[in-house]
Design a protein around this ligand. Structure first.
Ligand code: OTU
Length: 625
């Protein structure tokens, strides 16, 4: 690498032409705090690049001018969040996620749902990608054609800003996706790249022939094999372009600092619309290097840290949530105050389902014993399912400690959840089954995967049990809206050609108005489930021990029963029976605990000196009496 500018040269260059408007005392203070980190990451990635100084200075100036344009309300939020940086670990936090069109028609329709969101107690609303996207080939909005325009079917950018403000004033933080690994092939950059404009060709990874693609594909993983094999697709002119996901989603070339600078501009634009939590989509894939899997490379982390440093300067209230649905070691590698303070918790999500299928809580217990400690100021998002497939991302070596063979176990779980295993309760479907590698993931709504359509009683108990874990674990619980009233799979996606090719649409149904209409009637399945969940939500919000991030596993001595402790602020002990039979925990397990405790869920006294009996699929939240 040729000459890397020194820190002082870079600093002098950036300060040479500050944009007076943005550089007030507050910005200057944050610049002084975060520029060293930005410089360190930027120089580690782009050392020797001829545009290094120019792009670095432009990125900083973009943060400055973006901050200058930020509304007074958002600047007040900036100050509040800086004063209370761990705001998202409050026990009152509750997230919900939905598609704008499917749940509410338009952004204005989402505003009409506010009374319901308040009834439920949401403090965080993730609206699935709502930006301009191709009509047909949109991957549910994850193929973005413009980060600065709302999909006209859903409304306008002004509607989004209005909604963000309305939500904020009711204590609900807006979350949107930052789909920054790729754009749609209809994005202006993509069109100009295809038209041969060199500047924009350099925004993507285009190859004249198969030589390099073939070399890369020796070590990359196929993500959507139903769509195309490998990681590349052919352009009309015969060249090849990197497309990790669908053929119409082209990966951005982050080796070009202009791409980083341009995407930082899109990020700050979204921040100023009022976004409070930014879901960083597909973080693992942003950096490629020959001879590697091209996932979770060191530069991917550096780029996230560089984005974060700019965000701290220009939009300090906004916080990143990483979407890394990968090996648990890799998941945590993104979680850091300087990178992504919030992360999905895919391990606990997947192992909750695994434990229900096997009636064996040991893998889940292992995750609670070993993998729930995060760096200070960081938190998991605990969820039961998302809009995506479920992959079995546990660590094979940890499963092996329990005598479980990872590959065999995944085959069993896939078979179980798609109904190919005799006696299975689940009604899911396969996703991206790859006959060549044997890989497969599964899809289905929470209710369908829990078998609620077959056996409502057991289904309700399974759904409540998984949510009890998500609500009691450390971090932010996140509901997939519709799950709280037991919405089943929607097979009609098969009638819509653009969706029929992607079985994830089976679990992305339209808002179930009829079920919501029954939610206060406990004579209905929807009403029973809803009442059960509302009870748990109210308890979580009223119990300080569920705030913060402290958590310790509690080995119950019974392989069917998960145990963990939220030890702070009064403390709560959680036990959940993953089996269909009554389980008893012997009194010796509780030696160090007060003999009499109170089960918050069942609202009754429990004498631990007598041992603890849990009904099939039952759970307790024990607090000091
Ligand atoms: C994400 O998921 C989104 O959540 C998906 O809805 C998108 O289709 C995709 O990116 C492309 O934008 O492979 O099956 O962490 O699990 O990033 C879902 C790795 C996916 C992947 C994840 C990706």
């Amino acid at each position: 690498m040729s000459d890397v500018p020194s820190f002082s040269d870079a600093l002098a260059h950036v300060l040479a032409h500050p944009q007076a408007a943005g550089w007030d005392a507050a910005f200057r203070r944050r610049f002084d705090t975060y520029f060293p980190a930005l410089f360190a990451e930027f120089s580690a990635v782009y050392a020797g690049h001829p545009a290094f100084l120019r792009e670095l200075a432009e990125a900083v100036n973009c943060a400055a001018s973006s901050y200058a344009e930020r509304s007074a309300e958002l600047k007040a939020l900036d100050a509040a969040r800086e004063a209370e940086p761990n705001w998202f670990t409050d026990e009152r936090m509750l997230g919900g996620v939905c598609y704008v069109d499917r749940y509410a028609g338009t952004l204005k329709g989402v505003e009409d749902q506010l009374p319901y969101f308040e009834e439920l107690g949401l403090t965080y609303l993730h609206l699935m990608p709502l930006f301009r996207a191709p009509e047909e080939n949109s991957d549910g909005g994850y193929a973005v054609s413009s980060y600065r325009e709302v999909n006209p079917k859903l409304g306008t950018m002004a509607d989004l800003e209005h909604l963000a403000g309305t939500l904020r004033r009711r204590g609900i933080s807006l979350t949107v996706d930052f789909v920054f690994n790729h754009t749609s092939n209809e994005h202006e950059w993509a069109r100009r790249a295809l038209a041969g404009e060199k500047t924009y060709e350099d925004y993507y990874l285009v190859f004249p022939d198969r030589t390099l693609p073939d070399q890369y594909e020796r070590t990359t993983r196929e993500i959507f094999p139903d769509d195309h094999p490998g990681s590349f697709v052919q352009l009309p002119d015969g060249r090849w372009i990197w497309a990790t996901f669908y053929h119409f989603q082209w990966d951005l070339n982050y080796a070009n600092p202009a791409v980083f600078r341009a995407m930082a501009g899109e990020m700050l634009f979204l921040a100023n619309r009022g976004v409070e939590i930014l879901r960083m989509d597909a973080v693992a894939f942003i950096w490629k290097r020959l001879g590697t899997p091209c996932e979770s490379l060191p530069e991917a982390h550096r780029l996230l840290r560089a984005f974060n440093a700019l965000c701290r300067m220009g939009a300090p209230a906004m916080v990143f949530k990483s979407e890394a649905i990968v090996h648990p070691d890799e998941v945590v590698s993104y979680i850091d105050r300087a990178e992504c303070p919030i992360s999905y918790n895919p391990l606990v999500m997947a192992l909750g389902w695994e434990a229900l299928a096997t009636r064996d809580a040991r893998l889940l217990q292992q995750a609670f014993d070993r993998r729930q400690q995060l760096p200070p100021g960081c938190a998991f998002v605990n969820y039961v399912r998302s809009h995506d497939d479920i992959g079995w991302t546990f660590a094979d070596e940890e499963a092996a400690e329990l005598g479980i063979h990872g590959g065999d176990h995944r085959r069993f779980l896939n078979g179980f959840f798609v109904g190919r295993f005799p006696g299975s309760f689940a009604q899911g479907e396969p996703f991206q089954e790859n006959p060549r590698t044997g890989d497969c993931r599964i899809t289905g709504t929470t209710a369908s995967l829990a078998g609620l359509g077959r056996d409502p009683d057991a289904g309700i108990r399974r759904v409540l049990l998984l949510h009890s874990v998500a609500l009691a674990a450390a971090g932010i619980p996140l509901l997939y809206l519709g799950d709280e009233v037991g919405q089943l799979n929607d097979p009609t996606y098969l009638d819509r050609p653009a969706e029929a090719v992607d079985s994830r649409w089976v679990h992305r149904p339209f808002r179930p108005d009829a079920l919501y209409g029954q939610r206060h009637d406990e004579g209905t399945v929807a009403g029973r489930l809803y009442a059960g969940l509302r009870h748990l939500i109210a308890l979580r919000k009223a119990t300080p021990a569920f705030g913060g991030t402290a958590l310790r596993g509690f080995w119950t001595g019974n392989r069917h029963v998960l145990g963990f402790h939220r030890p702070e602020r009064g403390g709560v002990l959680v036990f959940a029976n993953l089996s269909d039979e009554t389980q008893v925990l012997s009194p010796e397990r509780f030696g160090a605990l007060p003999s009499s405790m109170r089960d918050l869920v069942g609202e009754e006294q429990v004498i631990l000196g007598d041992g603890l009996t849990l009904p099939p699929l039952g759970f307790v939240w024990l607090a000091p009496a």
